[in-house]
Design a protein. Structure first.
Lengths: 273, 274
């Protein structure tokens, strides 16, 4: 479960788990997080939590809300964001482990929200956006949309889970990892042209794929993969050669100082740094 | 009209690096101008059953209908081309079959599938989709997404709750708001686009677009467009190299030349001469 750590001048005051879908922050006592300081407005801000995502929204406070040094009206909270209200700081800690009964695989698996109830939530949301905001409290209605959407989704997930029975059971093999794992650092490759008009020129292979050759005549592609660089034939009757050997149509792994020939041009592959 | 000389189709499907089995299904018929991709969901093998039923029913039934119905004729009831009605009817058929199977057999309870279907005819393509399987088009330098996901995330983007940037880091990417086989009443989104010679269409499951950025997908298609089979394999490989957290499936369709429907007697005669 995500949580907030309230601190002032580096002193940790409190740890607040984000259990509710709306966690209000303000000076007045009815707030979920009360900060009794004159720099904080009575109703200062709210954090709307939709499943695992939390959104911070300023409720038109006098002194504003900052996240990581920037004033925000609305912000999609990311792990370790620092929310500042006057002298107080709230650090947002994203959910570390998955809640009991739900693993990472649960969030990867495609699940359906039934259209009927989803539509009612969407209509509700639309009705809210179309409401003329007489007092200019636009953000508030947005927060309510979030609430409506969240309510619908929570209900739906629950109902799919029960009606589907074992349908959304996680596969044990799945290990929790960020969806877009950062690519591991890999050595950078480059090619140097050895013959023809461009002899001596060097080309760094920074992109996931680089095509070489003459379109319509002979083209090969160099792909950058976690395992290293590969060369593959794309088009043309002639296939490229590596160290004098034709590579056929299957991908061929490149080693440092391999000499490639494509469309009559020789070039050397080498690993930089 | 036989489109096998007009359309070049390549497809690839892979379980990915994490999942033990593949719940995606792909089917295509170049002669009839049909491409169907489905991403199934449901426990055990129910996901495969749902996506397999969807692709099989839609491909075979559409092909059968094309024998008697001309897709470019205007449907008097709706004033839209017959292609739209054909797609809707066959999607409804597939939906009913999946729904009935899930109701009658406990092991298939709750199964469903997303869907993206293309029907090429008369220099046009009719596209129907449900859920988060997508259609992209590469035209010249321009690579764009033609379908819009039916997902909670997309609705949040539309309502201004999230920006497209923020959506990339959101955790609930997997919640779709429309799917085949969940309910009897479904609403496929059906749109028509005109085709140009040289266009490349990409149908893909979320296993590709969640793992590989649109920019990289576009670049791969531009670089490898000359060899569609290689491009399809390359896209799957890129998703797997980035982690392959889900099943990855792609269908690539290249329009080799224009294909106006032969309407009059003369046009038919000319078409026969070719």
């Amino acid at each position: 479960m995500a949580k907030l750590i309230l601190s002032m001048d580096g002193l940790v005051l409190k740890e607040i788990p984000l259990v509710k879908e709306r966690t209000t922050i303000g000076r007045k006592p009815h707030n979920d997080i009360q900060i009794d300081n004159l720099a904080v407005s009575g109703e200062h801000a709210v954090i709307v939590t939709i499943m695992n995502d939390s959104f911070l929204e300023d409720l038109g406070s006098t002194n504003g809300t900052m996240v990581n040094g920037n004033t925000v009206k609305k912000h999609f909270l990311q792990g370790n964001d620092i929310i500042e209200l006057g002298k107080y700081k709230l650090k947002y800690i994203a959910e570390a482990g998955q809640p009991v009964g739900a693993s990472a695989a649960d969030f990867e698996k495609t699940m359906v929200l039934r259209p009927s109830t989803m539509k009612s939530a969407a209509e509700q949301a639309r009705a809210m956006t179309s409401l003329p905001s007489a007092d200019g409290t636009q953000p508030r209605s947005k927060a309510e949309i979030a609430e409506a959407a969240r309510a619908a989704s929570a209900q739906q997930v629950a109902s799919t889970a029960t009606s589907a029975g074992t349908a959304s059971k996680p596969e044990p093999a799945a290990a929790p990892a960020p969806p877009q794992a950062p690519k591991p650092a890999q050595p950078l490759g480059a090619i140097q042209i050895l013959s023809g008009g461009n002899a001596g020129k060097e080309l760094e292979l920074t992109k996931p794929l680089t095509t070489l050759g003459k379109p319509g005549m002979q083209v090969a592609v160099l792909t950058r993969r976690p395992q290293g660089y590969f060369i593959t034939h794309v088009e043309g009757a002639q296939h490229p050669t590596v160290n004098g050997q034709s590579i056929g149509s299957a991908p061929h792994s490149l080693k440092d100082h391999d000499v490639i020939e494509i469309a009559g041009v020789k070039m050397e592959f080498f690993v930089k740094s | 009209m036989d489109l096998s000389q007009v359309l070049e189709i390549a497809s690839s499907t892979d379980p990915g690096m994490v999942r033990s089995h593949n719940e995606d299904a792909v089917a295509s018929d170049a002669a009839c101008g049909i491409a169907v991709l489905a991403d199934g969901m449901g426990g055990y093998n129910a996901g495969e059953v749902a996506s397999g039923m969807a692709t099989t029913v839609i491909t075979t039934e559409l092909a059968r209908m094309l024998g008697t119905v001309r897709p470019y004729d205007i449907d008097p009831q709706t004033d839209r081309p017959m292609a739209e009605r054909m797609l809707r009817e066959q999607i409804m058929n597939a939906n009913a079959s999946i729904y009935q199977a899930s109701q009658s057999q406990p092991q298939y309870a709750g199964m469903g599938t997303t869907l993206v279907t293309c029907l090429f005819y008369d220099n046009r393509v009719m596209v129907a989709h449900l859920g988060d399987s997508r259609l992209y088009r590469l035209r010249g330098e321009e690579f764009e997404q033609l379908t819009r996901d039916h997902s909670l995330l997309q609705e949040q983007i539309d309502s201004g709750l999230l920006t497209a940037e923020q959506a990339k880091t959101a955790q609930h990417k997997n919640l779709v708001t429309r799917a085949l086989g969940i309910d009897l009443g479904i609403e496929p989104e059906i749109r028509e686009y005109s085709c140009k010679a040289g266009d490349i269409y990409l149908l893909c499951s979320d296993g590709l677009c969640d793992m590989v950025s649109d920019e990289d997908i576009g670049m791969a298609l531009q670089a490898l467009g000359a060899n569609l089979n290689l491009a399809a394999q390359q896209l799957v490989q890129m998703a797997n190299d980035n982690g392959g957290r889900d099943n990855v499936s792609v269908i690539l369709v290249r329009v080799l030349r224009e294909y106006p429907a032969a309407r009059g007697v003369m046009a038919k005669f000319l078409a026969w001469l070719k």
